[in-house]
Design a protein around this ligand. Sequence first.
Ligand SMILES: [Zn+2]
Length: 283
Amino acid sequence: RMGAAVLPVGTGNTERQIELMQDLGTTAIACTPSYFLHIMEVAEKMGVSIRNDTQLKVGIFGAEPWSLETRKRIEANTGINAYDIYGTSEISGPLFTECHAKNGIHVWGDMFLTEVVDPDTGEPVAEGEQGELVFTTLHKFALPLIRYRIGDLSIMSNEVCECGRTHPRIMRIMGRTDDMLIIRGINVFPSQVESVLMNIPEVGDHWEIIVDRKGPLDMMTVRVELTESGFSDKIGDLMKLENKVSKELKGVLNIAAKVDLVEPGTIPRSMGKAKRVTDNRKV
Ligand SMILES: [Zn+2]
């Protein structure tokens, strides 16, 4: 009815994805944000400007937590509008997206009863407070779910959106109750690390966290890939940048992390959900 065709291409063979995008005049793409960052990088290597050589206007990105700073980067570098999508395979795959206001994901209130609860007690939190999402399906027959705990952390708003819709909104997913790292007793979400890194212009789009235990002490290392222009062969410049990254991480996380700056192209790329954390601690 909209005159739109869907091309289910899957991930992998990124050069081919970009050629298809050009040949068929693709206007929208849906994938994980980390895979789109990879597409951007491959396009640049191929000499293809997403802004000028494709008709891409919209990106719908989800299935892993991503920060506002990543959205800003994607939009600034490609000229597309990047929207957040939320879904879960237990309910019915992709469920809800943002509207043009980009201020929270609209939950279809007549289809799902949405609650936000304290992950420890299961009690609802006050509006505007962060907690774990809990859904009840109101229209499913074969596999209804009642107060199903998703494990994703968010904040819910019942205020009317500027687009006029009155459905409740859930804010950008902050992480999961189970990808939260506890480092020396302090809660750390990979999404916090991402938002710090994406605000530093010399830092590229790829990074990872490695956690080890030396004796009784947890050690967190953040490996950070630099951009081509941010990379320097002067050791003094690199040390200065390393200090800057580690100071800003400490300001947000409240714990010290070792920072390893690496050359562009060092960290393995992801075709699906990015694997950001390697936890080598024995439980
Ligand atoms: Zn809206």
